[in-house]
Design a protein around this ligand. Structure first.
Ligand SMILES: Nc1ncnc2c1ncn2[C@@H]1O[C@H](COP(=O)(O)OP(=O)(O)OP(=O)(O)O)[C@@H](O)[C@H]1O
Length: 236
């Protein structure tokens, strides 16, 4: 069964239609990668899915249960974790206290420290003092401790050094290998395609590619064309 399904989802920002009837799935054990140029609507889709913003129409289904009328809190408790852009930490609190905020009653902190041993060595440090990469590890680990069924990750690599991004990508792959469904929005398409299973390319709010990551990884010209589409014609 799919962990998460978006069926014919339309989303507006104010009165402006941004996302036009997208179908997206995320399966347990897999990474679905959502790619597209700036402004294509990737963040809007994640926010509509987690309930940060409402959707105009369509269905959001989590393990067979309709979510589109549920509050953001209900969706989170039901198993949709959203790692938003911008690394939202409680800066004055220690790493460990930040992790405890997300802790499911049946979880311990070990899962976070197993995934990112780096955080254990920084457990008692005020999280404002962590590096950008460590802060990103912290927000991903915190999302994990709520025992989600699907995790939505938005541009985790923003502003980080390539070696740190590679470390994060490896950890996300591990999460999927442990059975989680992941929907990953990423600016570095090639890195995401390296770890992903299924890819979606979004252009101006529409899915213009839905298929394997491998095909796109092996065809950079196709990827380029999917990103730019008729903008190439527009500028010709
Ligand atoms: N809060 C908002 N109010 C109004 N319009 C918005 C808002 N946030 C985003 N938009 C518009 O919605 C469209 C899609 O934005 P979105 O952030 O979803 O794209 P994206 O694909 O995630 O882009 P990026 O890679 O730059 O983050 C853009 O035209 C953007 O200007």
């Amino acid at each position: 069964m799919n962990a998460l399904e978006l069926n014919k989802v339309h989303i507006k920002r104010g009165d402006i239609p941004i996302v036009h009837g997208v179908d997206i799935v995320a399966k347990p054990g897999e990474i679905s990668v959502l790619l597209g140029a700036n402004g294509a609507g990737k963040t809007t889709i994640l926010e509509g899915t987690s309930g940060v913003i409402p959707i105009a129409s369509g269905d959001i289904v989590l393990e067979g249960a309709q979510m589109c009328k549920a509050s953001a809190g209900h969706r989170a408790r039901s198993g949709i974790a959203h790692v938003e852009q911008g690394r939202t930490i409680f800066a004055e609190m220690s790493t460990e206290d930040n992790l405890r905020v997300g802790l499911h009653p049946e979880s311990g902190l070990e899962q976070a420290y197993d995934l990112f041993p780096e955080l254990k060595t920084r457990a008692n440090v005020k999280s404002a003092m962590l590096s950008g990469g460590e802060q990103q590890m912290l927000v991903i680990a915190r999302a994990l401790l709520g025992k989600p069924k699907v995790v939505l990750i938005d541009e985790m690599s923003a502003g980080l050094a390539p070696v740190v991004v590679a470390r994060l990508m490896q950890a996300v792959r591990l999460l999927a290998d442990q059975g989680l469904a992941v929907l990953l929005v990423e600016q570095f398409a090639n890195l995401a395609l390296d770890i992903g299973d299924r890819a979606y390319v979004l252009r101006r709010g529409e899915v213009v590619y839905d298929g394997s990551c491998e095909i796109l990884r092996n065809d950079p010209a196709m990827l380029h064309h999917l990103y730019l589409g008729d903008m190439e014609k527009d500028s010709a």
